[in-house]
Design a protein around this ligand. Structure first.
Ligand code: ATP
Ligand code: MG
Length: 433
């Protein structure tokens, strides 16, 4: 017997029974992003590996440990571990940064990282993310954070904290790096091997290390907010002012550095304690140097990404409401071959008007057909046999009340069908009241 092949570790099948949950998040994300003037972009699943080395950064966990890279026909490709690099590459490659700024795009896509799978941490996961390119103003930071907050509120989520920080620009970063090197110098031998090499190249990364020893050592490290230059400091103050005036509560957490190297100035996270250790549902910030790094003109930019799986975990935990599943409005049961073409025609008519209709495709007997309709939760059923074809009328049965309504299956079929449907919906509303 052939050996069964199972899905790779850390991947998930999103099944039809759960799809309306995904639609709930995706539809809300699209609506909110569009209400802020963002348009959707779709980018390739894989990119040239160099794109991520240059943007995400060579000393990050993502590049050092988590990327899926293949050598294909002498070119190195990587499955996208995040959406920002590819999006900025696409904006540049398509000349979109020569258009009216800010350029505002959003995406819903899967990302790939080789991590240890656990609740809220997968090897293929999904993000809703967006990028706003071209504004250096703190208004843009406030706008992007406000958008994320609006979406979380729209989804009905509670108990999510917004943490913000500024990690400065290359000027303030230089002084800060020196301070960090001096701080870690004494305890260099205790750091993990990765962090030993980070000490020279990128000491801020040590603050983001997951090793408990490194975390313990980093506890009393100097904080970046003490090293901000005047411009960065003003920018951060402006952001705080805007958030306050928007009524968006925040905490300042000088320990946030984020896992990607391209960030400058503002970084932020929306965090919850309700779904275990993987509590960051959204992470983002400003990346003023990235466009230039990828070959464009210096262009201040920012964005965020939300982990859809973590959002869904939280929605389930908090009993949030999801979109209802699409229901079967009508099941038509032909009793024999002669009734099948009529069933097909009636189904076509009702489907064109937006109803969900099925009829027998299994060549089953009437009893088995009704069992199927019942399993599928059909709101109405209609049996078509010799009598119905001869009389030109059939009985539309409301499966909930058992009530039967005789309707024409000739020229007036649709009109009458729709009447019955609307009536039943209307009485449903009345009963609920
Ligand atoms: P974490 O600290 O949890 O590893 P990160 O800093 O690596 O997150 P980002 O690169 O900023 O995360 O990605 C943005 C969001 O994508 C995260 O806030 C999270 O919600 C989600 N995310 C990141 N990695 C994963 C993963 N492996 N599985 C599921 N969701 C993820
Ligand atoms: Mg990570």
């Amino acid at each position: 017997m052939a050996i069964k092949i199972t899905r790779p570790n850390g991947t998930e099948d999103i099944l039809p029974k759960n799809i309306s949950k995904w639609y709930s998040v995706e539809n809300a994300a699209r609506n909110v992003a569009e209400s802020f003037g963002f348009k959707e972009i779709r980018i390739p699943t894989f990119e040239n590996t160099d794109l991520f080395l240059r943007s995400v950064g060579e000393t990050t966990d993502v590049v050092q440990k988590e990327m899926y890279t293949v050598m294909a026909k002498e070119t190195k490709f990587t499955l996208r571990p995040e959406g920002t690099a590819g999006t900025i590459r696409a904006l540049l490659q398509n000349g979109m940064l020569n258009e009216a700024l800010p350029q505002k795009v959003f995406y819903i896509l899967s990302c790939f990282r080789h991590e240890r799978p656990q609740a809220g941490r997968l090897r293929e996961f999904h993000q809703f993310g967006l990028e706003m390119v071209g504004s250096k103003s703190a208004r843009a930071d406030a706008e992007v954070i406000c958008l994320a907050k609006t979406l979380l509120d729209t989804l009905g989520l509670k108990n999510i904290e917004l943490n913000i920080n500024s990690i400065g620009c290359p000027t303030c970063r230089k002084k800060y790096h020196e301070a960090l090197r001096a701080f870690f110098a004494d305890r260099k031998e205790e750091l993990c091997d990765t962090c030993k090499s980070r000490l020279e190249k990128n000491p801020m990364r040590i603050l983001d290390c997951k090793s408990p020893v490194c975390q313990e050592i980093a506890k009393n490290a100097p904080v970046i907010t003490d090293y901000l230059c005047e411009e960065c400091s003003t920018h951060f103050d402006d952001l705080k002012k805007y958030l306050t005036s928007l009524g968006i509560a925040y905490s300042i957490n000088p320990k946030i550095v984020r896992g990607l190297d391209y960030y400058t100035k503002t970084v932020f996270e929306f965090v919850t304690t309700e779904i275990g250790a993987q509590g960051t549902v959204c992470g983002g910030g400003r990346y003023d140097g990235l466009v230039e790094e990828l070959g464009g003109k210096p262009t201040p930019s920012l964005g965020f990404a939300m982990g859809i799986e973590r959002i869904l975990l939280l929605m389930e935990k908090q009993g949030a409401t999801f979109l209802p599943e699409k229901e079967l409005d009508l099941y038509i049961a032909p009793m024999d071959e002669s009734a099948v073409t009529k069933a097909m025609q009636l189904a076509k008519e009702a489907r064109e008007a937006g109803y969900t209709v099925e009829y027998d495709l299994m060549e089953r007997g009437l009893k088995a057909q009704m069992k199927y309709a019942d399993k599928k939760g059909a709101a109405f059923t209609m049996v078509l046999g010799e009598n119905e074809l001869n009389s030109g009328t059939a009985k539309l049965k409301n499966m909930q009340t058992g009530e039967q309504t005789e309707i024409s299956i000739e020229d007036k079929f649709f009109e009458m069908f729709e009447n019955v449907m609307l009536n039943s919906m209307f009485s449903g509303v009345l009963e609920e009241k």
